[in-house]
Design a protein. Structure first.
Lengths: 337, 337
């Protein structure tokens, strides 16, 4: 049986809730581990951290760890702590990202830096990194530590790469995908591969899990990129047009710029290159993107990644967990939020 | 022989250069390791990181690791990489500190955030943390990882504690010393104790090294606090009065506030509690502190810590490295910069 076809079929009928139901008990334990490790005698730490971890977080990355571990045949409890590690790393990067981008909203709520200021967001992000680090050292596996420390280094370099290319309207599709792979897909890849390490699986299974995470992570990001030029604010849980307003060049714009006439190039250079935006510019951006069909092209790229992810699962034996990973890959590009 | 008396005598005659000379070759290897691990395809990373690691950094913390390892009898090479880890953690916290405090100068030069902006400083700080993490995982010792991950968690909590007590003029001496121990002394303690782990020494030696680092770190911080109300800008390498201008409550002020009359309390509440400063206020702050004699009291506290540090070295067998650690403790409170 080919995991790909089954996964694609199920994706349309499935939902994130259904995927989560398979590991509901484990997810609840991950939440308890997260909460226990937010405790601090300094009240600001759990207060600010909970604002981010509770605020509509979908726990997609820990879900990948839990399902990856089960699909690889792992029967123990170590995946719980490591799933919390993955979520802590993710949350820390969100906090620092919002400072870097000067974002005032996240998932429809005020961002932590908008409420508590940049200083608190930087330091609580550092706290979450340090707790992630402590938890993975407590797990005690050097291969897992190697995997996650390498992932952390790649993620941060991706963030810096994104920072230095901000406003560069001539960014190519390949350059952009390099940032996405480093900044977003790398943590998904590590989240999936952790499970393989827990059972000391062979290199082919490890490579398959890594590939799955890499492609799912890319599919999620590209779908986010597409939704930000299409979705309604109340559906995505974040205000549409955030990428545009913050001057982030994402795939719909990068493809549109490559196809642009002089007038359109001038528009992108002004609004995203120089960050000079006026009322009505986002509507104009959406209009150009609609004409060029680049949201659809971005979504097509996401579907290819999702299919790649499902195909990568072939290295695993059939199981409900493997099916759930395939469903999740389907959801990565079919979701509306 | 008691390490204390010998150490104290030598301290007056010694200099940091003389202490460093004992491990000059090792320090050069630490610098090479630091430079090799700053390499990145994203040019901003080494550029910004070098600005901080080169800018008058005295390499005190790696020096403690190198000397601690040798004094504990370690003969191998692992202390080089771990000394670089300690310096990376230190540099990362400097970068984030300057963002948190909005500092525009460090050691007489423009701070990294003043040149490259907060976003770059946050991310390059994260990069240095991630490289520290990778290097210590590469070292491969779980006890060392445990030591350093715990230290990182304590340091960050100290930073947050400092943030939430900013401007609280009624901070007690004990509360302040708790911040200093977490924020500054913890990394010195870890830097010293690493050496003990490399030779798998007994708990008494480990406790002695930890105590040495804790007390030396505190002595360095309290001396910094004192110099900032006394030193000339060109001697300390940073503009005098930085603590005052940035509203940091340090020991000279905390003791002065406890002794203050109503007029002085009003002065501190306005300038440091509310951060409302006018030209001439720093001169007035120095005048009050001179009258109250609290710089001298702070320096006395530093001398006690330095003596404690030297006494803690008694658990180690006599050696040139142990003597150099004692000299360093003497320098912590006798230095003019």
């Amino acid at each position: 049986m080919n995991a790909a076809s089954g996964g694609e079929r199920r994706a349309d009928q499935s939902s994130l809730a259904a995927v989560k139901a398979l590991v509901a008990e484990d997810l609840a334990r991950v939440d308890r581990t997260i909460n226990a490790n937010l405790a601090s005698s300094v009240a600001l730490i759990p207060e600010l951290a909970r604002h981010v971890t509770d605020a509509g977080g979908k726990r997609i990355r820990p879900l990948v760890t839990l399902l990856g571990a089960r699909a690889a045949g792992y029967q123990g409890n170590r995946h719980i702590g490591l799933a919390a590690v993955i979520e802590f790393i993710h949350t820390a990067t969100l906090l620092h990202d919002d400072v870097v981008d000067n974002s005032l909203e996240r998932r429809g709520l005020k961002s932590a830096n908008a409420i508590w200021g940049n200083a608190a967001s930087v330091l609580v992000g550092d706290f979450l990194f340090s707790q992630a680090f402590r938890l993975m050292v407590a797990d005690g596996s050097l291969p897992v530590l190697r995997l996650l420390s390498n992932a952390a280094a790649v993620i941060v370099q991706g963030e810096v790469l994104q920072l230095v290319t901000t406003g560069k309207t001539t960014t190519t599709e390949d350059e952009y995908l390099e940032v996405v792979r480093a900044k977003t897909a790398q943590l998904f890849a590590a989240a999936a591969a952790v499970g393989g390490h827990l059972v000391e699986c062979g290199p082919d299974v490890l490579a398959g899990l890594d590939r799955y995470g890499d492609q799912v992570g890319t599919a999620f990001q590209l779908t986010d990129d597409a939704l930000d030029y299409l979705g309604e604010s109340h559906e995505t849980g974040k205000p549409t047009g955030g990428d545009f307003r913050e001057g982030r060049l994402t795939l719909p714009v990068i493809i549109a710029y490559a196809q642009a006439d002089q007038r359109e190039r001038d528009f992108w250079d002004r609004t995203l290159g120089k960050g000079q935006q006026a009322p009505g510019d986002f509507a104009e951006a959406c209009r150009i993107i609609r004409c060029r069909g680049t949201v659809a092209l971005t979504q097509e790229r996401a579907v290819v990644c999702s299919d790649n992810a499902i195909a990568a699962l072939d290295v695993l034996p059939p199981s409900p967990s493997r099916d759930a990973l395939a469903d999740l890959a389907g959801l990565a590009c079919s979701r509306k939020q």
